[in-house]
Ligand binder design. Structure first.
Ligand SMILES: Cc1cc2nc3c(=O)[nH]c(=O)nc-3n(C[C@H](O)[C@H](O)[C@H](O)COP(=O)(O)OP(=O)(O)OC[C@H]3O[C@@H](n4cnc5c(N)ncnc54)[C@H](O)[C@@H]3O)c2cc1C
Length: 416
């Protein structure tokens, strides 16, 4: 068979959506070029564990060339796609031009600061490995500095940690930070007065975890308080200069740490496509996840705007990206056989978030769980979904160690 004559599928992005669609096209009669700016697939839901010194990056990221080593119909290219010409069917990557018969855009999202430059410049974010490591180093360095600071006011500002956004990422980060301080730092800095340490979770809305049912919101708030996290609702930020958070109601908080988890928007390349975009820069697709005027282009995952049967936009979640990927691979196989395509329907697998050791909330099969059972479900699912046997074992060992000995493993301050 002349491989060059096979339809060429270009997939941009090897996150949850891109990697899944590429895997599911294994053995399909196509040539696949998979492009990503990184040479690894990143398990983003555990990024906060890097920031709070629980895991190292190599435990939640896996080399793409290893993942696709045995897949004969795929070529991986590491590079940044900077231009996509939908009329002439090519993408530009670091100066190379790559033509396609079908394009699958799985470029994911980026942090949305809603135009608040001061927060973007001075705050921390959890969207990639570099920023998570930067956050870890910053947190650990602050403890070193606070430990020798004699001015009580300065010390309190160093020991005040603000997390913004009470969705799952903010809740997970604040809970884990609370635990790091009370269980681990308390042992490393025995002379530090822990009463001076504050972890604040700020939320512009009127509740934590707005997408969750009432009983789980209440359980989340209770669990967070047990981890010594102070929750401030209806707290809208306007500015952060690296020293002080300014709130819309005029309130101020002295802090050297602001971790922003309050917004995501589609990756920048979607804005340059010249197609119809919904809020947060997501590409509006038809029922088959295609760009309406370009049926040869599919958009999946965080970059796609798709509504459920009630007209609500699907959330930016790995579960959505993976289901869309599976679906797109099946539709491409149908296309190859000149069969009719199926419209996409999302099957909601439930909700799950952890708030630290022994504490999580879950909504599965119509039932709500909180506390230890939910946490066990969270641990099992996250270990199962991590790629690579070695990674699974290492993460499990780290967590077990942490669990039994209250000891986060990765407390090294490194050069970035
Ligand atoms: C801290 C955090 C916690 C989360 N927790 C959960 C959770 O508990 N459960 C859950 O379901 N979801 C969670 N999510 C959301 C989930 O990670 C995303 O919804 C999911 O990653 C989206 O998959 P995707 O394939 O659309 O994009 P991504 O997984 O983000 O992948 C996009 C890929 O495209 C690449 N890329 C982007 N632009 C370009 C370009 N121009 N050129 C080349 N490559 C490019 C990127 O490098 C990346 O590898 C979390 C996200 C974060 C950040």
């Amino acid at each position: 068979m002349n491989i060059k004559k096979l339809p060429h599928i270009v997939i941009v992005g090897a996150g949850f959506g891109g990697m899944e669609v590429a895997r599911r096209l294994k053995n399909a009669p196509v040539r696949i070029t998979l492009i990503d700016r990184h040479n690894y697939h990143l398990f983003q839901p555990l990024l906060y564990q890097i920031a709070i010194a629980g895991l190292v990056p190599s435990q939640i990221a896996y080399p793409l060339r290893t993942i696709f080593r045995d897949q004969k119909n795929i070529t991986f290219q590491m590079g940044e796609v900077t231009e996509i010409d939908l009329e002439s069917c090519y993408v530009k990557m670091d100066g190379s031009v790559i033509g396609y018969d079908h394009l699958i855009l799985a470029v994911g999202g980026q942090t949305n600061f809603f135009g608040m430059n001061s927060i973007e410049e001075n705050g921390f974010q959890l969207k990639d490995v570099e920023n998570a490591v930067k956050t870890r180093n910053h947190l650990l360095k602050l403890f070193e500095q606070a430990n020798r600071e004699v001015d009580a006011e300065k010390r309190r500002a160093m020991l005040t940690f603000v997390v913004v956004g009470a969705g799952p990422t903010g809740v997970e980060t604040a809970g884990a930070l609370g635990e790091l301080i009370t269980h681990v730092m308390a042992k490393d800095y025995p002379h530090m007065d822990l009463d001076e340490v504050r972890v604040l979770l700020l939320e512009a809305g009127s509740t934590v975890m707005p997408a969750y049912p009432d009983e789980l919101r209440k359980a989340t708030a209770d669990l967070l308080r047990k981890k010594h996290v102070e929750i401030k609702l209806n707290a809208k930020l306007t500015k952060y200069d690296g020293e002080r958070v300014i709130l819309a109601d005029g309130g101020q908080i002295q802090t050297q740490t602001l971790i922003w988890t309050a917004g995501v928007k589609a990756s920048g390349i979607t804005a340059r496509l010249g197609v119809s975009l919904a809020g947060s820069g997501r590409v509006r697709t038809d029922a088959y996840l295609r760009v309406p005027a370009h049926p040869e282009v599919f958009v999946i995952g965080d970059a796609a705007y798709v509504e459920n049967e009630n007209g609500q936009p699907l959330p930016m979640l790995a579960t959505v990206a993976q289901q869309q990927a599976k679906f797109t691979a099946e539709n491409i196989r149908r296309l190859l056989k000149a069969k009719e395509l199926e419209p996409f329907r999302y099957k909601d697998p439930g909700l799950l978030a952890t708030i630290g050791r022994n504490a999580a909330v879950a909504r599965i099969w119509g039932l709500s769980f909180s506390g230890f059972i939910a946490w066990m479900i969270w641990v099992v699912l996250h270990i199962y979904r991590l790629i690579g046997f070695r990674n699974r074992i290492l993460v499990l060992i780290n967590w077990a160690w942490d669990y039994f000995f209250y000891e986060n493993q990765v407390r090294l301050i490194t050069k970035e």
